[in-house]
Design a protein around this ligand. Sequence first.
Ligand code: AMP
Ligand code: MG
Length: 586
Amino acid sequence: MKPANPDLPIIGFAAWSGTGKTTLLEQLIPELNRRGLRLAVLKHAHHDFDIDQPGKDSWRLRKAGAEQVLIASARRHAHLTETPNGEPVLAELLAKLDRTTLDLILVEGFKQDPIPKIALHRAALGKPLPEVRQQDLLAVASDAPLELAVPLLPLNDIPAIADFIERHIKAAAAPAEESCDTLSPAFLSVTQARAQILTALSPHEHHLERPLGACAGLVMAEDLISPCNVPPHTNSAMDGYGIDGSVLTHGSWQVVGEVLAGHPSSQRVAAGEAVRIMTGAPLPPGVDTVVMREQAVEEQGRVRFNAPLQRGQNVRQAGEDLPMGAVAIARGTRLGAAELGLAASLGCASLQVLAPLRVALFSSGDEVQAPGEALRPGAIYDSNRFTLRALAERAGVEVVDLGILPDHQAAITQALAQAAAECDLVLSSGGVSVGNADYIRAALEQLGSIAFWRIQMRPGRPLAFGQIAGTPFFGLPGNPVAAVVCFLQFVLPALHAMQGRSWQPWRLRAQASEGMKSRPGRTEFLRGVFTQDSNGRLTVRTTGPQGSGILSSVAQANCLIEILPAQGAVQPGEWVWVHPLQGLLG
Ligand code: AMP
Ligand code: MG
């Protein structure tokens, strides 16, 4: 089955009654079908309507009080639902359509809803253009020579209207990378920029041996091969009685001893005998089955069991967690709680890890001042160094904080050269947008090479990426939110690559609970709050004002909302990607 397309184009038609809307759609639909477009129509009706005739079975059952009637035949089915809350909500209706079989949805009516629309106009009717919000108006189809800010389509030329719709769908679906603008090296989509960064980087190779207790957050430099079985002995998973499970019909068993964890017993247990055994104690010879204590009654040296028995139950086999010789922890794995415990369970007291990446961090700009002193006139406090430091440390690197670079050529050149010599990566913020990029550009041209990219995304359009004497350099935008978004989209994957770790965006699908602005052709990252209802369904709202300097929007967010370049503005109920921030910001 084709997956449902959440970004399915929707086009509404607005017209005064008498314009001939239905007649036009009746001709347009077969024309669009001929062009291979499969479509649904959502039609608003102003009056009470019955699609089933009085006296028919479906009518009688509905009249009898069924709130929903689903009538189905070999040809088609129809779902009749009462709308007790009055006017239906467009987003809810759209959600009912089976999008897996569609390329396009046409909507008739729903004048007030913010969907792209074509307005129909017939001069003979003597009415003005139907009212459509300017930002929703795609085109007007009229039989009069109107002067308009949007394309004018000939009302009676069905193929021309179909052409327009086809072009609109293609433009909305085309990834940004296909437009002419974005093929120029300075203009990249998020995906293209990331791909270019990743091909330019390679994992660093400094290994070191670290005691296990100091390895949290570091990355394995080589595979750790299990030198033994885990668990090392076949042992009991319960406190209870160990028996030979080959015969389970004894009625009662004679208790012959006790085995405690850490105290293996070599005494063989015969058929018809039982030993008391504790969780984790190795099974003595003869025992292959354990019955939990709660299911046993011990009296006068014999034990009976009051639950069904199964041979092999409640036993942990030697090596069932990890067999000897297996890869216990793969190279490139970041060592977290589970991996450290696993390494310890193998008896490893130290591990071969990659030396932590050293990242040099600067802010830049004459107006930027370190917190802790009274603010100079016209200055702002430096927030980026603190945000970026926490983000980088969260990614397992060591940050070397080199303070604030003044807008001064020699100082910048000298500081960047020194940072590159001492660190594995240089990261700065500010000073890379058009108009103020000159200092960093000049320094990088002298010391290495640099590309200034205008990425098709918001926030965070300007990004500088290059190298200083072979050390990678990122120049992030100065706006605090843009710096965070750029870090997450570009620097984080780069840090993973340099640590030999794979990286993938962690994204979930959620339904927008409000309309969201976005311009087709670029990726929009909004700060959002996603929540889950009791059925596990995710919905997401924005944190409010989205200016790229509003850092409190990041503090309030639990996710970034990604609106794809092809998607454009999002209507309530539409599906968007959310990138959970949990674990990334610290
Ligand atoms: P720029 O990218 O240098 O043009 O800076 C864009 C905006 O971000 C300006 O309003 C700067 O003042 C601001 N900005 C630059 N660096 C920082 C910083 N380290 N902390 C907070 N805001 C900054
Ligand atoms: Mg600046």
